[in-house]
Design a protein around this ligand. Structure first.
Ligand code: EPU
Length: 297
């Protein structure tokens, strides 16, 4: 089967932030063979749940791996394609009586993105139960790295440093009672619902990474971020490290708001918050300058 390709594709409704414009070419491979039929150069994303897409779109090719969502198990091991989303992974593991992935039940992202940034919640991170990751890069082709070789840290993996693309992940889990697993999944979901905005309120998860030993949410709360807004985007009233976009704010609105948040924390605490959210797409001069301020280390 030929890979599905859409040209001049309006990406807005595929992003959880509900921002974005026309993308020159979007490819939706369903498996590794289709993935390899796509001609570089391209940028790869999973479910665009951690990405702010430019309202003026992107002149280039992006690959969305959300349809590469095959999942299998042998004994206590599960192998998931990079496009498998958190809830499907959690529920599949639970159905096999396997524990370790309960915390991913409410994650909007896909396995590839979650490995890329070593997603975590409630004291657990995805790297805890990774056995190996099958990766791709043009220079090396397809290869496998063990958990130790993945250089996992808080919100970090080797993929960011080396531009590796995640194709498939093998998890090693432990056997447990399905009822206990379901109970933990339920608690995690309840925590998420009561602490974080649901996707019916467009958002992109946490905006900034937590600085070492502190919480971006707490720092932002202390500088009064909960009353900040720009255009259709505003800081969520229940947690200062989330931006919600109910008014259809543009990427420029959101970048401006992120800069205001970052500035206030730097002024008061001399702490440089670094975004967890990625930026994709075209930038005018103003957006270029805001991105420089936001993403400088
Ligand atoms: N806090 C405030 N005011 C706020 C928000 C938070 O004072 O407006 C305080 C809380 O009271 C708490 C502390 O800050 O004492 C930490 O807040 P929270 O428990 O909400 O956790 P977090 O550090 O903000 C992290 C992850 C989340 C993950 C949760 C749950 C980061 C950047 N975020 O949030 O991940 O779900 O822990 O474990 O590490 C994501 O990455 O998109 C994400 C949602």
């Amino acid at each position: 089967m030929a890979v599905e390709i859409c040209e001049n594709f309006d990406i807005k409704n595929l992003t959880t932030f509900k921002t974005g414009g026309l993308i020159e070419r979007v490819c939706f491979p369903k498996n590794i063979e289709e993935f390899f039929s796509i001609k570089p150069p391209y940028k790869v994303f999973g479910n665009l749940s951690n990405t702010l897409v430019s309202s003026s779109g992107y002149d280039g090719t992006i690959v969305l791996t959300s349809k590469m969502d095959n999942i299998t198990s042998v004994g206590t091991s599960i192998t998931a394609g990079c496009g498998v989303k958190g809830p499907k992974l959690s529920q599949f593991a639970a159905s096999k009586g396997l524990s370790g992935l309960e915390f991913m039940i409410g994650f909007p992202g896909s396995v590839g993105g979650e490995i890329f940034m070593n997603a975590s919640a409630n004291g657990q991170c995805i790297s805890d139960c990774v056995k190996s990751v099958t990766l791709f890069c043009p220079e090396k082709g397809v290869f496998k790295l063990s958990r130790d070789e993945m250089e996992f840290e808080y919100r970090k993996s080797i993929c960011q440093r080396k531009n590796f693309i995640v194709l498939e992940v093998e998890f090693e889990l432990s056997e447990d009672d399905t009822e206990k697993i379901n109970d933990r999944m339920k608690k995690n979901l309840e925590f998420r619902k009561s602490h974080q905005p649901s996707l019916s309120l467009p958002n992109c998860g946490s905006i900034f990474k937590n600085p070492e030993g502190d919480s971006a949410g707490r720092l932002l709360d202390e500088v009064g971020a909960k009353s900040m807004n720009v255009g259709g985007a505003k800081v969520w009233e229940n947690h200062a490290n989330f931006i919600v976009n109910p008014g259809g704010g543009s990427s420029l609105d959101i970048l401006k708001l992120m800069c205001m948040m970052k500035d206030k924390v730097r002024e008061k605490f001399e702490i440089n918050l670094y975004p967890e959210v990625l930026y994709l797409g075209n930038r005018n001069e103003e957006e270029e300058n805001l991105c420089k301020i936001l993403y400088q280390k």
